[in-house]
Design a protein around this ligand. Structure first.
Ligand SMILES: NC(=O)C1=CN([C@@H]2O[C@H](COP(=O)(O)OP(=O)(O)OC[C@H]3O[C@@H](n4cnc5c(N)ncnc54)[C@H](O)[C@@H]3O)[C@@H](O)[C@H]2O)C=CC1
Ligand SMILES: O=C(O)C(=O)Cc1ccc(O)cc1
Length: 312
């Protein structure tokens, strides 16, 4: 195993993503010592029972002491308060990052409190599940998935390169873009789809002519997929919508216009146009699957590919 990218890593928050980073960092040797902080004693104890890290700290200042990299793994709305609590204790020259699903607002919240001698390199692993908490974490979560870095223009290239190296060792494919572009892309590919799922499950549950038991009984098809997404953590998703307000509202506006157009096609029986749209969306799905398979095939040639991990 090659040298750790970060001899000492601190994780602030140890839910699905924090726990998965701890496990993947241990699997790959990308971090030496992993120090863990959680806001609640119960979660910290559970993280220790699961053996996720090397040290466990009730005080976030203790967790980040001497850390080469600190990663916030908490809901995006808590980024400012969490950064304020650790800012004075960060090691000069160290990197501070996060995993939030929204970038511009998180950067603004964090930058307000950070000293000039610490490198801010925000990140978003585009990989997850509808489960939360330390028990939900698993080492393979980031394998062959994208991790998007959104370093501010003035970020230190060496600090960015270290974080690229770290996420690659965790199994991810890394891409860099601006925070604003990230927030626009994710609004349509992730945030609006979640909002649609929350809405359709809420609408079905409220229908007076359909009983709750019928919703359960006949939810074998597309609706079942929506219920999985709508089971995602309420705090996390409340924070995402409030912190990516503009991009979500922009994409939602376009979505509503297209939905109204579809409504008209159905009303006026325009079957050919409905067919053309559905044929086009089927091609998009096939393209996504093909692209995923290409990434997986290419990954088998890389040193941190699945075969290596399974062997180690
Ligand atoms: N769940 C997912 O599928 C993905 C989540 N993300 C992002 O990762 C971050 C963490 O998400 P998960 O690990 O899924 O959440 P989680 O709910 O599993 O874990 C969150 C952790 O943050 C702690 N926490 C909650 N509120 C806090 C506060 N106010 N101050 C300090 N700590 C607090 C919790 O105790 C817990 O340890 C979020 O920002 C989310 O947007 C990114 C990619 C995928
Ligand atoms: O479970 C799913 O379908 C997800 O979409 C997981 C997810 C949630 C939030 C993110 O920022 C990235 C991935």
């Amino acid at each position: 195993m090659s040298d750790p990218v970060f001899p000492r890593l601190a994780l602030i928050g140890i839910g699905l993503i924090g726990a998965s980073i701890a496990l993947a960092a241990c699997r790959s040797g990308a971090a030496g010592h992993v120090a863990i902080h959680s806001r609640t004693a119960k979660t910290l104890e559970r993280a220790e029972e699961l053996g996720l890290g090397d040290s466990y700290h009730a005080d976030p200042a203790d967790a980040v002491k001497d850390a080469d990299c600190v990663i916030l793994c908490i809901p995006v709305g808590a980024s400012g308060t969490a950064t304020e609590a650790i800012a004075r204790h960060l090691k000069p020259g160290s990197t501070i990052s996060d995993v939030g699903s929204v970038k511009a607002s998180v950067i603004a919240q964090m930058a307000l409190h950070l000293p000039a001698d610490v490198h801010l390199v925000p990140a978003h692993p585009v990989a997850g599940t509808e489960y939360s908490g330390p028990d939900a974490g698993f080492a393979a979560l980031f394998d062959n998935r994208w991790c998007i870095l959104t370093p501010p223009p003035e970020a230190d290239p060496a600090a960015v390169a270290r974080l690229v190296d770290f996420w690659s060792r965790l199994g991810a494919n890394v891409e860099t873009m601006t925070a604003e572009h990230h927030d626009l892309v994710l609004a349509i590919t992730s945030h609006v789809p979640h909002l649609i799922a929350y809405n359709i499950v809420g609408t079905a549950a409220d229908l007076e002519t359909v009983t709750q038991s019928e919703v359960m009984k006949f939810s074998a098809g597309g609706f079942r997929d929506f219920t999985r997404i709508a089971a995602s953590d309420p705090t996390m998703w409340r924070d995402i919508f409030l912190n990516n307000r503009e991009a979500v509202l922009e994409m939602l506006g376009r979505f509503s216009e297209d939905l109204t157009a579809l409504q008209r096609l159905i009303r006026y029986g325009e079957g050919d146009k409905l067919y053309d749209l559905f044929a086009r969306t089927r091609e998009i799905r096939r393209g996504i699957i093909a692209a995923g398979q290409a990434i997986e095939a290419a990954d088998l040639d890389r040193p941190h590919g699945k075969d290596d991990d399974e062997a180690g």
